[in-house]
Design a protein around this ligand. Structure first.
Ligand code: FAD
Ligand code: DLZ
Ligand code: SF4
Length: 521
């Protein structure tokens, strides 16, 4: 081989459709995959997330080799491993003397910054290419955002529908005559609601070896290591997608917001881990969902809802991330400073809803959207938890978490820390919402119908405590401001009861030990 092109492939780029591979043939390139300590520990990721990434990387490397590619694979326990992407690219440059380094842009700000420095550091040209697995380019999002104060997802989503043609009629109108069927997708769970199970993939020899490595090297990280059942190859991920389309898509829409104790994923797809690390292509999933609608296998509200999550929310938060970084990581518009309570790590709380969401998070490195948003997120919002602590927690605990998708959801969607650029109002809710959309309250030691006092559902006084603390900022918001009339009518004695109950509850919270923090050595 003449001097090869060196193609670093990161752990969330496990796809043959990478821009960095386009036009290359196996005889021209060396593909570099690196297990590095820095990536595995910049936050103390859930053990299953590390297993997922390392195992998927090792399987992908095997598949590439079988197709004739020259793969340079650096294992975590390689004694010469420098522990960082830049250090490993430097060693690979020495080994292969490449004519060029060609890489698809990093998904996270931190990694993209490091890549920018490669050009001045290595004795060959460095090409950083756009990540074409996303539908919207950075320029598309900039054009959308220009001149807008509120970056409302809905308008961005319509642009993505037009760009992809998904669920569009030939006359340029949306299928069914309506863009967004969310109003049909809010059914509470009916008694005994149970979804068909999602496939689990028993660990093969490669995954078992990684499980042993993670058990040994990352024992102090959060979460259960086993049982591990995430898809780690494209074949498995496609099987998981097929199963979703066949068994769950039909009722995905109606029960999208429902929660049932012990029923961890209901009708959700469980595909985010595979999409985000590259095993599945977002557009192929949307086309498969659209086909299910056209062939009469799933109703429009479910299919539109699924497609909206992907070409709407997923694309939107990625654009939002790059548009607002690095400021977004520091944003704290509501000046929230309370430390994250210890029970976020242990699950030891009497709040049945929170305990169940943290249990599934610990067991599976997953919780579904409404658990992340309306239980855990809502709690963090109305308890005034510091955004950076919340963001670290979400980045640690979910197997699908990468900063580009986690941070806009945390700082923008749940905490309003961005001052309302992403969401038009904070998603603050009392226990009523959780009671309507779940069966959690029936099994809780707190009483959702009680508004104040030691037995009252903590969400009830916390809701008013939050609203009162942020009155100046929120009163002029036309979507939420009118609620202050209710507060003002309540009378001083009731108001004092609410505030005292909230304060007493907040005072009882033990802060998390620093052992989990990203800033801990
Ligand atoms: P489904 O409900 O089946 O949805 C289908 C797909 O739509 C998902 O796989 C995902 O790719 C996409 N999607 C849905 N909602 C969102 C959203 N709000 N933002 C981006 N994509 C979305 N998702 C992540 O992939 N990584 C994260 O780190 C992450 N952090 C979150 C943090 C908070 C505070 C909140 C409220 C949401 C977060 N989400 C995140 C979004 C969402 O909760 C997960 O994508 C979803 O739960 C994954 O499960 P699923 O594949 O079964 O999703
Ligand atoms: C999440 C993760 C982990 C735990 N480990 C690695 C790794 O060792 N090597 C790697 O290439 N990628 C890893 N990743 C995913 C990266 O963090 C991700 O590719 C970057 O954050 C860019 O989004
Ligand atoms: Fe959660 Fe309150 Fe219901 Fe208990 S009563 S499950 S704390 S919403």
């Amino acid at each position: 081989m003449t001097r090869p092109v060196l193609v670093p492939i990161l752990g969330d780029q496990l796809s043959r459709n990478l821009s960095s591979l386009e036009g290359l043939t196996p005889d021209e390139a060396v593909l570099l995959l690196m297990e590095v300590w820095d990536e595995a520990t910049y936050v103390k990721h859930h053990k299953q997330k590390i297993v997922l990434i390392f195992s998927a990387m090792r399987h992908f490397a095997e598949e590439l080799r079988a197709d004739g590619w020259q793969v340079d694979y650096i294992r975590l326990d390689d004694p010469a491993n420098t522990g960082s992407f830049t250090g490993e690219v430097a060693r690979a440059v020495e080994r292969h003397a490449p004519s060029e380094i060609r890489v698809t842009e990093g998904g996270e700000w931190r990694v993209a910054q490091a890549m920018e420095e490669w050009a001045g550091r290595f004795p060959c040209p460095v090409s950083i290419l756009p990540d074409t697995r996303f539908i919207a380019t950075h320029a598309d999002f900039r054009a959308f955002a220009e001149g807008r104060q509120h970056l409302t997802m809905e308008y961005f989503y319509r642009e993505m529908r037009r760009k992809t043609g998904l669920l569009m009629r030939p006359d340029g109108k949306p299928e069914g005559g309506i863009w967004n069927l969310d109003a049909e997708n809010r059914q509470p769970p009916k008694q005994g609601l149970k979804a068909p199970p999602a496939p689990k993939f028993p660990p093969d020899a490669i995954t078992r070896e990684v499980i042993a490595l993670v058990g040994e090297r990352f024992a102090d990280h959060f979460g259960d290591l086993e049982p591990f059942g995430w898809p780690v190859t494209r074949t498995q991920a496609l099987e998981a997608a097929e199963a979703f389309f066949a068994r769950r898509l039909e009722l995905f829409g109606p029960y999208q917001d429902a929660m049932v104790a012990g029923e961890d994923d209901l009708y959700h797809s469980m595909l985010s881990t595979s999409i985000n690390c590259g095993l599945l292509d977002p557009l192929e999933l949307c086309r498969a969902a659209e086909a299910a609608y056209k062939e009469g296998r799933a109703p429009l509200n479910s299919v539109e809802g699924f497609i909206r999550q992907i070409i709407g929310w997923r694309e939107y938060v990625r654009g939002f991330y790059w548009h607002t970084m690095p400021g977004l990581a520091e944003a704290n518009a509501l000046a929230a400073t309370r430390p994250l309570p210890e029970f976020f790590w242990t699950g030891a709380t009497d709040m049945a809803c929170i305990a169940d969401c943290i249990r599934t998070t610990r067991e599976d490195a997953h919780a579904h959207h409404i658990q992340r948003l309306m239980v855990l997120g809502n709690f963090c919002l109305i308890a005034g938890i510091a955004p950076q602590e919340v963001a670290d927690w979400y980045l640690v605990v979910y197997a699908d978490a990468y900063e580009w998708v986690e941070l806009p959801n945390v700082a923008g969607m749940i905490l309003y820390a961005d001052g309302g650029r992403l969401a038009t109002k904070p998603y603050a809710a009392s226990g009523n919402y959780i009671n309507r959309m779940s069966n959690y309250c029936k099994g809780c030691r707190y009483k959702v119908a009680e508004k104040t006092g030691p037995d009252a559902c903590p969400f009830n006084p916390l809701y008013w405590h939050f609203m009162v603390a942020n009155r100046q900022r929120l009163e002029s918001n036309h979507r939420i401001g009118r609620i202050y009339a209710t507060w003002d009518r309540m009378g001083e004695a009731k108001q004092a009861e609410y505030l005292e109950s909230a304060e007493a509850f907040l005072a009882s919270l033990a802060p998390a030990s620093r052992a989990w923090s990203r800033y801990d050595a």
